[in-house]
Write a protein that binds this ligand. Structure first.
Ligand SMILES: *[C@@H]1O[C@H](CO)[C@@H](O)[C@H](O)[C@H]1NC(C)=O
Ligand SMILES: *[C@@H]1O[C@H](CO)[C@@H](O)[C@H](O)[C@H]1NC(C)=O
Ligand SMILES: *[C@@H]1O[C@H](CO)[C@@H](O)[C@H](O)[C@H]1NC(C)=O
Ligand SMILES: *[C@@H]1O[C@H](CO)[C@@H](O)[C@H](O)[C@H]1NC(C)=O
Ligand SMILES: *[C@@H]1O[C@H](CO)[C@@H](O)[C@H](O)[C@H]1NC(C)=O
Ligand SMILES: [Ca+2]
Ligand SMILES: [Zn+2]
Length: 596
């Protein structure tokens, strides 16, 4: 949700909250990890609950009950382990999804009661070489469980949800799921997707199947406020270049213009469709070859035909390039990525990213909606009107990279549900990963420079984030304890992005820099190591991670992939910004493990 008014409002809110929370910090931040207050409309505010996840990491790994059985499947191992480790009945567990990555295998589970799954009691297990290396879990023993047969019919639940969320049921099949509330009880709910095309809202509504009340929502849309706080990088002042065949066929076997059965000659393909207006309005080729040469003219309006074409081509190029880079680092079909045809490699298809260029629904912003695996990701890119002529967000690469990274993090955390970065703290880290990814894609050498995003679209050297990302604590003083006074997700995201900037700097300091990291993931250089750990940790961390569990996921990812070779480097970088061994409850600690 990111129309200008909304974004502007959220910036104002951040300021107001900061000053109130200074007076009484505890009250506000005590709920960062488990709740989120969502303003649905002027007369509806919902506080959603996201049960705390425990996260155990097991270093070299521990045995599971089927360790000795050679033919046990990943799903069987995961169920047997979770049942025995948490003392649950295996019949009350179900596998939501699972896949084998290069180093670890991952299974995502749901708790069930009388055959009905819980929406927010989930677990994720990682297995390496037949040993369990980590377990994230929000499984629970509710103090009260509603009857498993609904008394409110789904049609009534749909009207309630449509009315409350000012949108329309999008025909995605509804489900019946238990939802754990913060009083420890479990309600039975109809789960219904409600969209409002005009306002670009996309929610999943949980309507109590006994009382008919709307009890919770999932918000699939992550929005950005690049317009005021940028981290700048590549922009058109650095000049366009003609690239020939930039696709990586190891990631996109049919290239960017075929889904395996049908070829296109426009800005649509298996990974991405980029268009202005209706989805049929893609850019046609300018010759019989795939020749997308459209010169951008900065002196005229971005809406002139030539500039629209240049923007669509850049959006298409960026979306595909990110798909291809991430695929090499583990965001594959079975890891819930965005593709039309999955070529029989697992996961759900028909969900390429739809990039709407110069989308009319907003100004001075951009956003990305991440529904579950199997439904297309939607990126809306807006024009910026702060200069004359205006500027196109698609032509500052930071912005589309930030946006698509929301799709990556929302899909890889928690097994492709789109439900696992919903708490305030996890949503904040979502913003942080997006900035950190924009920074990673724009590195060209081992030199660690302060990073400022989004200068071009707002035409301000300081961009719109509060500080540059920096290894200098005087340039960027943000620390874990800053969460005591920060309350808005982009502000919280800055704290996380700055920690990751310091992790990146530390790894590149130790291992150097590979100029080929975007295509060759086998290198031992720091920027390669960093992106492997970034992506591996997403799959390991529990649903609605906190700074603490996300940090632990990095440490375990390093154990899994590099036998813990970077353990102390990582700890020192996190601890330098307050996220040391004894950090807790938003209190800084700079301790590193003994031996580091
Ligand atoms: C398609 O895009 C062009 C600009 O490239 C615009 O002039 C035209 O109106 C659009 N068509 C529709 C149906 O929106
Ligand atoms: C490929 O695209 C064509 C045309 O849109 C469509 O009919 C077909 O179902 C697609 N195939 C796959 C596997 O997605
Ligand atoms: C920029 O767009 C916003 C939102 O549409 C509008 O309120 C504002 O007046 C515009 N500013 C200029 C200078 O056109
Ligand atoms: C464009 O990006 C370059 C490199 O990051 C930066 O030096 C320059 O200031 C940016 N230009 C604008 C207008 O933001
Ligand atoms: C990290 O290093 C510390 C200190 O040597 C050690 O206690 C800890 O077990 C290591 N953790 C991992 C995951 O390697
Ligand atoms: Ca998919
Ligand atoms: Zn964002």
């Amino acid at each position: 949700m990111a129309r200008f008014n909304k974004v502007f409002a959220s910036v104002l809110l951040a300021v107001v909250y900061a000053s109130t929370t200074l007076a009484a910090p505890w009250a506000t931040f005590s709920k960062h990890a488990t709740h989120r207050r969502r303003l649905i409309s002027s007369d509806l505010q919902i506080e959603t609950f996201h049960p705390a996840s425990t996260f155990e990491t097991f270093d070299q790994g521990i045995d599971h009950p089927l360790s000795k059985r050679e033919d046990a499947s990943l799903d069987e191992m995961a169920i047997a382990f979770v049942a025995s480790h948490l003392g649950l009945d295996a019949n009350d567990l179900e596998i939501k999804s699972s896949y084998a990555a290069d180093v670890t295998s991952h299974a995502y589970l749901k708790q069930k009661h009388e055959g009905i799954p819980f929406a927010n009691a989930v677990a994720n297990v990682a297995i390496k070489s037949n040993k369990v290396v980590s377990l994230g879990s929000s499984f629970t023993k509710p103090n009260k469980i509603a009857s498993s047969s609904p008394t409110v019919v789904v049609e009534d639940a749909i009207s309630t949800a449509e009315q409350a969320l000012s949108g329309t049921y999008n025909q995605h099949p509804t489900t019946l799921e238990y939802l754990l509330k913060d009083d420890g009880s479990a309600v039975l709910s109809h789960v219904i997707q409600i969209q409002n095309e005009e306002a670009f809202t996309w929610h999943e509504a949980f309507v109590d199947a006994h009382t008919g009340e709307l009890v919770s929502v999932t918000d699939f849309v992550a929005s950005a406020t690049y317009l005021v706080l940028p981290i700048e990088k590549q922009n058109i002042t650095q000049g366009f270049e003609t690239l020939t065949d930039p696709q990586n066929t190891a990631s996109s076997p049919q290239g960017w213009h075929s889904n395996g059965t049908t070829s296109t000659t426009d800005t649509s393909g298996n990974n991405v469709i980029a268009y202005k207006g209706p989805q049929t309005n893609t850019t046609q080729e300018s010759s019989s070859e795939l020749n997308f040469i459209y010169t951008q003219d900065p002196s005229v309006s971005p809406t002139t035909t030539g500039n629209v074409n240049a923007a669509r081509v850049n959006a298409f190029y960026l979306g595909n390039t990110l798909h291809d880079i991430w695929y090499q680092y583990g965001f594959t079909e079975s890891a819930f990525n965005f593709q039309q045809n999955n070529f029989g490699k697992g996961g759900a298809g028909n969900d390429r990213v739809q990039i709407s260029v110069q989308d009319p629904s907003g100004t001075n912003n951009a956003n990305f909606a991440t529904p579950p695996d199997g439904q297309p990701g939607q990126m809306r890119m807006f024009l910026f009107n702060l200069t004359t002529p205006g500027r196109d967000g698609v032509l500052e690469n930071d912005i589309p990279v930030h946006e698509y990274t929301h799709g990556l993090t929302n899909r890889m955390t928690g097994g492709g549900t789109g439900r696992c970065l919903q708490s305030t703290e996890a949503g904040g880290m979502g913003e942080g990963w997006s900035d950190a990814m924009a920074e990673w894609t724009e590195q060209t050498s081992a030199e660690i420079l302060d990073c400022v995003i989004g200068t071009y679209v707002v035409d301000k050297p300081a961009g719109i984030r509060s500080h540059p990302y920096s290894t200098s604590a005087s340039v960027n003083p943000l620390r874990y304890s800053s969460l005591q006074i920060l309350d808005e997700i982009h502000n919280i995201g800055e704290v996380w992005a700055n920690m990751l900037h310091n992790v990146y700097a530390a790894l590149v300091g130790v291992h150097g820099f590979s100029p080929n990291a975007k295509t060759d993931t086998t290198g031992s250089e720091g920027n390669v190591v960093y992106l492997h750990l970034f992506m591996d940790a997403l799959a390991l961390q529990p649903c609605n991670p906190t700074f603490l569990t996300a940090r632990d996921a990095w440490i375990q990812a390093d154990q899994n992939r590099y036998d813990g070779a970077n353990n102390c480097t990582l700890w020192k970088a996190f601890a330098s910004r307050g996220l040391g061994v004894n950090a807790a409850n938003y209190r800084d600690d700079s301790t590193v493990p003994s031996g580091c």
